[in-house]
Write a protein that binds this ligand. Sequence first.
Ligand SMILES: [Zn+2]
Length: 330
Amino acid sequence: MRPAPFAAVVLCAALGLSHAGHTQGDAPKLAFPMACEIGRSCEIQHYVDRDPGPGLLDYRCGHRTEPQHDGVDIRLLDMVAQRAGVDVLAAVPGRVVAVRDGVPDISIRAPNAPSIAGRMCGNRVAIGFGRGWILDYCHLAQGSLKVKVGDLVTTGQPLARVGLSGDTEFPHLHFSVRHDNLVVDPFAPAVLTGCGTQGAPLWTPAAASLMAYKRGVVLNAGFSSAMVDDAAIENRAISAVDPAAPILVAYARLIGLEQGDVIAIAIEGPDGKAIATGTLPPLASNRDQVPAQLAHKRPPQGWARGVYTGVLQVRRAGTVALAHRWQITL
Ligand SMILES: [Zn+2]
């Protein structure tokens, strides 16, 4: 059975500030700004856009960005995690120079979403590091701000919680760095156009290691007894596997894929042999978010007892760019 599509595009605020390169003089050294673990409870969705024109280019010459995107988007895996509360942390010490609260946590895709004109960043904390450096933390949860203008903060201090306010449709922190009002890419600050120049990042070695570049990520994966949509993943409202149900579904949600990528998904039975396989057509464009799921009918005699494995591969330019396996016992 062919993987079925569900919602696809993710958006984040592009604040429209002018871009420029920068040298590091008195630059801050940035700690990781969220109380989550990359690869386990959060992932990077977008980097700074380094294409001076309408194209998309991240610092590693990939396309994991949006037009004129001026920051880094660090994404939670679903809305359940957002509602439980994940702290946004000060990346450097400094003084709070601006805050905004009162913007509701609601996806811009929601039918009742209010206008975000002039509030693209949503709830916000801006912190001055000195000598013209400003760090902006956007899309914070309404009512979660823990600081006010004039407060001095220390590295790692909670500022607010990750939210869904402003120009966003997925729970994340939009973190941006400016110097003298010009955008700086913390991954490659020396120049802000083009890619492949690896110069020293503004991140601490620990933060840089946590955020090592990935050419695509499996954000969520699991099994269900019913087809899975985006809302079910966001709300963890996924039908638990019932061995008596008519189908077994292996599902995944991937981010940061590229035009031409081919997603293959399979279910392996307890003997390690594939009992179902499916392959999506090559992606027609770069994709922020792509679903994949594969259903297999319950055999008339019922499932053989044992461990079933979901197997996902993304093939890119003749090689396996991404592979992921997950299991359930029936
Ligand atoms: Zn963003």
